[in-house]
Design a protein around this ligand. Structure first.
Ligand code: ZN
Length: 177
């Protein structure tokens, strides 16, 4: 996936969704993120919180770290981050701090989203950087993989489950981007 050329937002989100599906292999919440720079994928990661036991191992944070290493600088200029689920406050903060110019997310998260749903950390005028936000590409697919994951987990909860409703209300609705 690294080095792939992507032509548009839908193609990029399809790759992020592929990453999300990899998280299922270790019972992590299926969220995937890629970072594209000048049309080329330079980072592709998925949620590894359960796999690593690291509470900060969200897809976006891991992708930001990889991209910074690739570029050789903390400032991720000319980059777009694609993520299947609206970023949380932690990831939105990391995106602001990495100066990512543009963020595209698939499904919105009406319970914890920090890209406009609950908070708007990505575009808060009080901060020293604001990201352009696009929401909605492949939102149905991005939400379906989450809904299926949580439906399955409700039937056989993991010992680390943070609660049966965690993210279960993820919005995959039909509202336009
Ligand atoms: Zn996050």
């Amino acid at each position: 996936m690294l080095g792939h050329l992507v032509s548009d937002d839908a193609a990029a989100m399809a790759l992020a969704l592929q990453q999300a599906s990899l998280a299922l292999g270790h019972d992590d919440v299926p969220v995937g993120a890629i970072i594209v720079r000048h049309g080329v994928v330079i980072a592709a990661r998925h949620n590894e919180r359960e796999l690593t036991g690291d509470p900060t191992a969200h897809a976006e944070v891991l992708a930001i770290r990889d991209a910074a290493e690739h570029i050789g600088h903390w400032r991720l200029e000319h980059c777009t981050l694609y993520v299947t689920l609206e970023p949380c406050t932690m990831c939105a903060g990391a995106l602001v701090n990495s100066r990512v110019p543009r963020v595209v997310y698939g499904a919105s998260d009406p319970k914890a989203g920090a890209g406009g749903s609950v908070y708007n950390v990505l575009a808060d005028a009080r901060l020293n950087h604001r990201c352009d936000i696009t929401s909605g590409p492949m939102q149905h697919e991005c939400g379906t993989i989450l809904r299926e994951f949580f439906a399955k987990r409700r039937k056989s909860p993991s010992p680390h489950d943070s609660g049966p409703t965690d993210l279960a209300a993820t919005n995959t609705g039909d509202e336009s981007a």
